[in-house]
Design a protein. Structure first.
Length: 144
């Protein structure tokens, strides 16, 4: 299991490959708090720098999942939604994440952290589908 000093250093200064490697090691050891800390810290650095931290924007979705599933942190749907929104619509030169848009639709469909709104869910699912999300297409087919 990695030391807390190493985890703190990588969380504050590590490049994406270091964070991925160490976070995977923490997860495999069952240290979910450190796993969450690494990803959340890295994604916050990326967001604060308008995605100039290479690879940071790709991990906004991961942080959304951490909060949605309660991996090393309490379940927090509002915080998950915030990170899915960041994945879907990042600032700077980042690429839009269709799965982030899909997750936003899912949260609206099921009222997770936001008021339930099927119309908004369908709008988001349609947008995610246009960006290539198969899950969004299936959700639209299911909702009719």
């Amino acid at each position: 299991m990695p030391s807390s000093m190493k985890i703190n250093h990588v969380a504050k200064h590590g490049e994406v490959f270091e964070v991925q490697r160490l976070a995977s090691e923490c997860y495999a050891c069952g240290d979910y708090r450190s796993y969450a800390f690494l990803w959340i810290s890295f994604a916050q650095r990326a967001w604060a720098s308008d995605c100039s931290v290479i690879g940071g924007e790709d991990n906004y979705f991961t942080v959304g999942e951490i909060y949605e599933r309660g991996i090393g942190v309490p379940v927090d749907y509002q915080e998950a939604m915030k990170w899915y929104q960041r994945a879907a619509y990042p600032s700077g030169p980042c690429v839009v994440d269709p799965e982030g848009i899909y997750k936003m639709g899912y949260f609206y469909e099921h009222g997770l952290g936001v008021p339930r709104d099927i119309s908004q869910a369908k709008t988001l699912y349609d947008m995610a589908r246009r960006y290539g999300s198969q899950k969004a297409k299936e959700a639209l087919d299911r909702l009719g």
